[in-house]
Design a protein. Structure first.
Ligand code: AMP
Length: 285
């Protein structure tokens, strides 16, 4: 496994692999890798001949006052994780390689899809995500790119970008990987104090409550939302950013649970903002 820092090295590697007829899989990450990231790499390995992972804490997707400077980083540990899964190449550029002086071009997916949910409290976030992912797709030119369902809105936005811009890459969504007690794995979990870590279980627990209600026939989105909020508010340390029940593709709010729906939530514990979601389907009556 090689680690490279420049775009020209990635291109040389990809050119050679593609000439040999290999199918290229790509997993973009911000590093500090955990089992969730590893599951994407394993999915890529199963579907593709060559797997490339990018590790880049992308400054343009962080808003003012967010955790860009403190975001956890550990390249050596990440290299070991990638090596163990059988990744072929890590692309770990400096910010100056991705955004050299004078850089000024951005990809912005407009409309409700980036304004709802996380877009409401992070208004510039998705513009940063689509811009860097478009750049990475141009650099790596993958056949398949693997993303975690943990960031459900990110997948919806990237799928829309790929459709709107006629990109040829195929997006492969992968299931959420959780700790044994249910907390969705995240590089940001490391910020939590012991007490916050315990109370952070309200996220996955409240989604379970919602899932059970829907399985028992509840279809009123407001009632389900209230049950979720009540449970989260049972934690004194939790501060709700949003709880939303939306259509999976458009991310527009639902009044009645129907078809393919997404329950997404973001909750802050101190300065740490955690997200989680449940994606389900009910048959149309
Ligand atoms: P990040 O490094 O947080 O930008 O995440 C990189 C990729 O890993 C994204 O596609 C995430 O959705 C995915 N990912 C992060 N956490 C998880 C998880 N717990 N389960 C599955 N995928 C995840």
């Amino acid at each position: 496994m090689k680690t490279v820092k420049t775009i020209s090295e990635v291109r040389a590697f990809v050119d050679e692999k593609r000439r040999a007829g290999n199918r290229i899989g790509f997993v973009p990450t911000m590093g500090f890798l955990h089992e969730g990231h590893a599951s994407l790499m394993k999915a890529a390995k199963a579907k593709c001949d060559v797997v490339i992972v990018s590790i880049f804490v992308n400054p343009t997707q962080f808003g003012p006052g967010e955790d860009l400077e403190t975001y956890p980083r550990d390249l050596v540990r990440d290299q070991n994780t990638c090596e163990a899964v059988g990744v072929d190449l890590i692309f770990a550029p400096e910010a100056s390689e991705m955004y050299p002086e004078g850089y000024s071009t951005y990809v912005d997916c407009e409309g409700e899809i980036t304004k709802q949910l996380c877009g409401a409290s992070r208004p510039t976030h998705f513009k940063g995500v689509t811009s860097v992912v478009a750049k990475l797709f141009n650099i790596v030119q993958p056949d398949f790119a693997f993303f975690g369902q943990k960031d459900a809105q990110q997948i919806a936005v990237i799928e829309k970008m790929v459709r709107d811009l006629n990109m040829t890459v195929k997006i492969v969504p992968c299931p959420i990987v959780r700790e044994s007690d249910g907390l969705a794995m995240s590089s940001r979990n490391t910020y939590l104090s012991d007490e916050q870590r315990k109370e952070a279980l309200v996220l996955s627990q409240s989604l379970e409550i919602a899932k059970n209600k829907i399985q028992n026939g509840e279809r009123d989105a407001n009632k389900i939302k209230s049950a979720i909020m009540d449970h989260i508010q049972s934690s004194p340390l939790a501060e709700i950013d949003y709880v939303s029940l939306v259509n999976v593709k458009t991310l527009l709010p639902l009044v009645v649970i129907e078809d393919e729906f997404l329950i997404a939530l973001a909750v802050k514990f101190g300065k740490t903002r955690l997200i989680d979601n449940y994606r389900g389907q009910v048959s149309l009556s």
